[in-house]
Ligand binder design. Structure first.
Ligand SMILES: [Zn+2]
Length: 450
C-alpha cells in the first residue's frame, strides 16, 4: 500500500498545524490550526468574516492547496485537541472536504462552537465523537484503521491519533507531556504506545512535536503546578486585600485548582472574561469538572463590570477573580484592569498571580511586559510562572522513541531552528537526517512507501 505524508502547516512555525496521511486510496487529515500571532499583529482583523485564501496569504491558516497532489479521498478530519493552533482553521477549510470531523468529546464541542461563530462559510461536515482507546474503520479497503491514544497536555481530552496500515502505523504525536498524575483525566497511555511499537509491522512513521526538544530533563506533571499554586496561595491566605489570578482559559485543570484553592482561602472564585466563560462552561456542561454551585462565570463586558462593582461593594478580600489576560492581550480582562478600565480598583500590595508562562514570541513578550508594568503602577505585586509546560522535553522524547521504535521520524510544530535540538536528539538514537529522519517544510509530500 502506498503511504504518503503531506506536511501542510506547522512545519515552519508554531501554529496553523495541518498534516495529511494517505494510505492507498484513503486520506486522514490531522489538525487544521490557526497561527494567531499572524492575525493579532494586524489591528481589528475579524477572521470570522474573512475568506480562506486571504487568511492563507496572511500565513494565518494552512495552505492546503498541496492536498490536490495527494491521490485519494479524505475520509476524516481529526483535530487532536482544542487549542486554536490545532482547530482554529476548521471553520475556514473543512467545508472543502467531504469528510466528517472526528475528535474527542471536549474537542468536538469546541469545534462545534467555532463553526457556529463562522460567518463566511457554511461548514456542514458531520461532527463525530470518538474516545481515547476507540478504533474507527477508514475507507472501504478493510485494512486502514484510525485509533485514538490518550495523552496528557495543557487542555483536557487530548489524544494522539494513529493510522494503522498494512505497512505499519503512522503515529501523530503532537502536543503532549508525559503526565502520570494529571489533575483531571487519565494518565498518558504509555502501555498502548509500547504495544503499537511492537504489534504488526510496528511504527512506520512518528510525527513529533519539537516544542521543548531543546530543554533537558522531563516536563513536570500538572500536579507540580498545582502544588506550586497551593504554596503561593497558602502564603497569602491572610492578606486582606485584592488577589487576582490569570491562566489559560482552556486549561481546565489549572482553573479548577484555582477555584479549589480560592475556596480553601475563604474567597469566592469568579471566572471573568469571554473565553473563561466559554471553556469552563463547556467543561462543566460535559461533566469534566464540577465547580461549586456558587462559582460565577461571566463573559460579556456588562456582566463582568457588574460583577466587579459587586466585588468592590462587598469587599475585595472576599473574592478571587480568575480572569483572562495572562499574555497581556490588549482586550483581555487583566489588561483592562491594569489600564484602570474596570470598576475593580487595585491597591498598593494587591497580588496578581500569573499561572502561565509568557509564550516566547516578541508580540506576547511586549504585551505582557506592558500589562505587568501597568498593574505595577497601580501597586500590584506580581507572582509569575506558576506553571508547567504541556510539551515533552528531551527525556520524554527519548521515552517516546523507545516506546514506538519508529522506522521514520518527522519533526513538527516548530521552525527550522526549533527542529535542530530534536534532530540532534534523534541522531543519538541512530536516526540519520535525509534517510529516516525527515526535516521538511510546509507544503511538502513525503513518500514513505511507493
Ligand atoms: Zn496544544
Amino acid at each position: 500500500m502506498e503511504i504518503d505524508i503531506a506536511t501542510i502547516g506547522g512545519y515552519e512555525e508554531v501554529g496553523r498545524q495541518m498534516t495529511a496521511v494517505r494510505a492507498g486510496d484513503d486520506i486522514v487529515i490531522f489538525d487544521m490550526g490557526l497561527n494567531l500571532s499572524k492575525v493579532l499583529i494586524h489591528d481589528n482583523v475579524e477572521t470570522e468574516r474573512m475568506h480562506s485564501l486571504d487568511l492563507i496569504d496572511m500565513g494565518a491558516i494552512p495552505d492546503d492547496r498541496v492536498m490536490s497532489d495527494l491521490e485519494g479521498d479524505v475520509q476524516a478530519i481529526v483535530p487532536t485537541h482544542g487549542h486554536l493552533d490545532h482547530i482554529g482553521a476548521i471553520s475556514k477549510l473543512a467545508h472543502r472536504y467531504d469528510a466528517p470531523i472526528v475528535a474527542s468529546p471536549f474537542t468536538i464541542e469546541l469545534v462545534k462552537q467555532q463553526i457556529e461563530g463562522e460567518q463566511k462559510f457554511g461548514v456542514n461536515n458531520d461532527l463525530q465523537k470518538m474516545e481515547a482507546g476507540e478504533m474507527l474503520e477508514i475507507g472501504d479497503s478493510g485494512n486502514v484503521q484510525l485509533e485514538f491514544v490518550n495523552v496528557t497536555h495543557s487542555i483536557i481530552d487530548a489524544i494522539n491519533p494513529v493510522v494503522h496500515t498494512p505497512e505499519g502505523a503512522v503515529v501523530y504525536g503532537l502536543d503532549k507531556r508525559m503526565d502520570h498524575t494529571p489533575v483531571i483525566g487519565d494518565p498518558i497511555d504509555m502501555d498502548r504506545f509500547r504495544e503499537i511499537g511492537r504489534e504488526g509491522n510496528g511504527v512506520l512513521a512518528y510525527i513529533e512535536d519539537c516544542t521543548n526538544a531543546g530543554r533537558k530533563g522531563r516536563t513536570p506533571s500538572e500536579s507540580t503546578a498545582r502544588g506550586h499554586l497551593k504554596d503561593v496561595m497558602g502564603s497569602i491566605e491572610d492578606y486582606d486585600g485584592g488577589i487576582v489570578a490569570t491562566t489559560f482559559s482552556s486549561h481546565i485543570a489549572r482553573v479548577s485548582s484555582l477555584v479549589e484553592f480560592a475556596k480553601d482561602m475563604g474567597r469566592q472564585p469568579v471566572l471573568l472574561g469571554r473565553s473563561m466563560e466559554k471553556y469552563s462552561g463547556t467543561a462543566e456542561r460535559l461533566g469534566f469538572v464540577d465547580f461549586p454551585d456558587d462559582v460565577g462565570m461571566y463573559g460579556h463586558r456588562k456582566s463582568v463590570d457588574r460583577t466587579f462593582k459587586r466585588i468592590m461593594n462587598e469587599g475585595k478580600e472576599n473574592f478571587l477573580p480568575i480572569v483572562t489576560g495572562h499574555q497581556g492581550e490588549p482586550r483581555a480582562m487583566l489588561t483592562r484592569m491594569g489600564r484602570g478600565e474596570t470598576p475593580y480598583q487595585l491597591d498598593e500590595g494587591d497580588k496578581v498571580l500569573f499561572s502561565a508562562r509568557v509564550i516566547p514570541e516578541p508580540t506576547n513578550e511586549g504585551q505582557r511586559y506592558q500589562s505587568e508594568k501597568l498593574l505595577g503602577m497601580q501597586g500590584a505585586r506580581i507572582y509569575d510562572d506558576i506553571h508547567v509546560s504541556g510539551h515533552l522535553r528531551e527525556e520524554g522524547h527519548y521515552q517516546m522513541l523507545d516506546a514506538l521504535e519508529p522506522e521514520n521520524v518527522i519533526p513538527a510544530h516548530q521552525d527550522m531552528k526549533g527542529f535542530a535540538p530534536y534532530v540532534d536528539l534523534a541522531a543519538k538514537k541512530g536516526y540519520t537526517l535525509g534517510r529516516d529522519l525527515h526535516v521538511t517544510r510546509n507544503g511538502n509530500i513525503i513518500n514513505l512507501v511507493e
